[in-house]
Design a protein around this ligand. Structure first.
Ligand SMILES: [Zn+2]
Length: 388
């Protein structure tokens, strides 16, 4: 054998689902052990719940030396601000408390300064809560997915997550379910382009998403919510396994990136990728009746109209999806004018009459070349290739 028989994957040391800020701070103190100093990054006065400050106060109560830093948005400037604080304060741990933006900023800054990071999400809106990827906006307002590090720990306060709007849960569900499309695009790229594929990353990403597909899905149900959190975390671990966002980001994410550019007010990331997931299934000519039934039960968008997006706007995004990330090969690279017309006609009819139509079942089980797990290159834009 000329390759190592096994590989190691970096996963967080601690995962806690707790109730309330005090229990969350206690979990952080437990993870930190002898270490005392932490930098808690939150959104400060912009936060409607004030949770970051409550968490910081509880962390002091738990005996930690806590520094607080408020950041605005997920810009390169915010990342620089957090890196500056890390250099000045030399904390043992950086804690990102907030929605996806704050978590991403703190995650990337900690990775760039090689400090452990703990994720304390206040929304379940995306798979960024426990992934080695950070989405950061450059000076032109263009978002980039940048390589970061897996968190050393993740503490989920279900109480604060449940106080967030239902749309945030639906967005998280959409982001997770989109793995089903991303993995199918990867297999397609493997079969037709010979792109290396990571079987275990596919297995993890797909199993995490598949476990949510239930006709009785209830986004307000506590068990369903906890299952969703676990699924989002597994999705992040799949990305860490493959050293790429590939198992969780295919054509549906490219279409969503194009929507981000085209729409005056982009919708929630996870809702856009959920919508584009159905389009991607149709473009790959795969059956999606079960998926659509599940979408209806869970309140996910099936047609552009469900998100108040016009057919024209959505079809423009499908056409432009490829250009948002050259090099990530997906079904968008092989679709033709006929496919686009078929999709447009379906949406013009409001989606009726298509869901029972037959498509060819995706095939899965080829033996793929080994892809070794490699750490992400911190701060570099993610590309199709496995990192060096
Ligand atoms: Zn996503």
């Amino acid at each position: 054998m000329n390759v190592p028989a096994h590989r190691s994957v970096r996963i967080p040391r601690l995962l806690r689902m707790v109730q309330g800020a005090q229990a969350a701070a206690d979990a952080l103190a437990e993870l930190m052990g002898e270490a005392r100093t932490c930098l808690v990054v939150h959104s400060g006065p912009r936060s409607t719940t004030g949770y970051g400050r409550s968490f910081a106060s509880e962390a002091r109560g738990a005996g930690l030396e806590v520094h607080e830093l408020a950041v605005q948005g997920n810009s390169e400037g915010s990342v620089g601000t957090v890196m500056g604080s890390i250099e000045a304060l030399r904390p043992d741990v950086v804690v990102g408390v907030g929605g996806g933006r704050v978590v991403d900023v703190a995650k990337l800054a900690a990775a760039k300064r090689s400090v452990d990071f703990v994720s304390v999400p206040t929304q379940a809106s995306s798979d960024g809560i426990c992934s080695p990827v950070a989405v950061i906006f450059d000076a032109d307002g263009r978002p980039s997915s940048l390589g970061a590090r897996m968190p050393a720990g993740i503490v989920v306060d279900m109480e604060i997550l449940r106080s967030a709007p239902a749309e945030t849960w639906r967005s998280g569900l959409g982001d997770l379910v989109s793995n089903l499309s991303a993995v199918r695009d990867w297999r397609l790229a493997h079969r037709t382009e010979g792109e290396p594929i990571d079987d275990f990353a596919c297995l993890t990403a797909e199993a995490a998403a598949g476990s949510m597909i239930q006709e009785t899905a209830d986004i307000g149900d506590r068990d369903f919510q906890e299952q969703l959190i676990r699924g989002l975390i597994l999705s992040g671990i799949a990305m860490e396994m493959s050293g790429s966002s590939r198992p969780a980001s295919g054509s549906e994410h490219l279409i969503s990136h194009a929507l981000d550019r085209l729409l005056d007010v982009p919708r929630h990331h996870g809702l856009q990728v959920a919508l584009a997931t159905i389009a991607a299934f149709l473009l790959r000519d795969e059956p999606c009746d079960d998926l659509v039934r599940f979408y209806r039960a869970a309140g996910l968008p099936v047609t552009p109209q469900d998100l108040d997006i016009s057919t024209d706007e959505f079809m423009a995004a499908v056409a432009q999806g490829r250009s948002t990330r050259p090099g990530r090969w997906t079904v968008l690279d092989v679709m033709g004018e006929v496919d686009l017309q078929r999709l447009r006609a379906l949406y013009d009819r409001g989606g009726d009459g298509r869901w029972a139509q037959r498509g060819s079942a995706p095939d899965g089980g080829e033996v793929a070349p080994d892809v070794s797990s490699q750490p992400f290159d911190v701060g570099t834009e993610l590309s199709l290739e496995s990192p060096p």
